[in-house]
Design a protein around this ligand. Sequence first.
Ligand SMILES: [Zn+2]
Ligand SMILES: [Zn+2]
Length: 142
Amino acid sequence: MDDLKRQFNRIGMRYTAQRSLVHQLFLGSPCGLTIPEAVSALKDRRVGETTIYRTVRALQEIGRLCWVHDHKGEHRYVACGSRHSHPIVCTVCGKVAECRTCELSVLEKLLGLETGYTVEGHHLEFYGKCADCSRLPAQETQ
Ligand SMILES: [Zn+2]
Ligand SMILES: [Zn+2]
């Protein structure tokens, strides 16, 4: 927890009880949440929309939250453990897992050489079936 406080301080914010509630909510949501979902989940805890927006942005900045697209194309925010990780979304149950290994620096260098751009980062989307859903018999197409 101290670690989080320090990271929030570094970006000029305090890790308040309300912001901690927002963080806990995401930590407990393996499928991630859209902002409206987070807002309605925390309505009874008196955490306002602005606080949620600002906390989501801060958590992203310190690398504790990343986002994925769900099947409706909406952004879902998912807790993650490192500044740079690659999430994979289950197309059946929506559960998100993360891979902390990234081997794309070579591709970034190539891209830079070919285009003359200074590559600053990348966002990749992986999707597939999680281990549990892979074990299920294939669903009949409707
Ligand atoms: Zn699944
Ligand atoms: Zn990467």
